[in-house]
Design a protein around this ligand. Sequence first.
Ligand SMILES: [Zn+2]
Length: 297
Amino acid sequence: MNEVSATRPTLLLSIDYEDWHQLVRRRVGASNWDEPGPGLTRQTDALLTLLDELHARATFFVLGMAARAHPELLDRIVAAGHEIGCHGDAHLPVHTQTPDEFATDLRAARATIEQLTGRTPVGYRAPAFSITKDSDWAYGVLADEGFAYDASQHDSPALRDRAQASTTAPHRLEVGRDGGLWEFPVAVWHTDRIGGMRIPVGGASYWQVLPTPAILKGLTEAGPLAGLYLHPNEFDPVPLRAHLPDTATPKQRAHATLREAQRNGARRRAPGVLKAIARKFELIPYGEAHERLDGSA
Ligand SMILES: [Zn+2]
């Protein structure tokens, strides 16, 4: 029964908690983009049920605009014992914002989350890992705004101009007016075998193209307390459809169909891969890892 022994390595589990329908409709320019999507309640049900089965707790990095569209859902996440973090408010890339705009977005999200849960999030995940080399001032803003940790560093070859992690392990960033910020990088497998490649193994976009044994091996070698990032739409029991308004153009429909196909690939693989990971690793929320490390720092 070594599968359930206390010596399992630990990974940090997170959900970027957003409404896929809002984001895909905005991306294709649909007029109804900010209406609550029809999937998030169903996706949340499926996800909370699966995490309960796996005895896994996660950090839900909550997007402010999604929480306002579905104000009844956050209570259920909190009641199930998960941590509430912050995914910003409007899901705009950090590198397109000024420091002031970024701080305003953080405050809007935090106000929504506090109002709905009574909790103040201390952890942050940037939309689409969008803290770049040129926008790494964002870490200082996070520290000054009272955040204790960030989970946005992802050394994926697919991310252009990404802020380079100095290490794959959790580390402190000396930023802000006082105190600094802990950084928890997303799992990336640095493998010498295939010409020194970096393979992102922390999220379902890549799980759909990697065999499960390779994902498990990659996570084993990704370094201590590596992070997983998932989305509610990856747990939807029914295929994702954007449900564009009747007024949508053929071009918008074609764009939405492409996005649907990409996300449905990840959706088909995510629950099974997460189950395989949970058999081999202990999955904990970021806040728990932060308490362990900060207490010993
Ligand atoms: Zn997101």
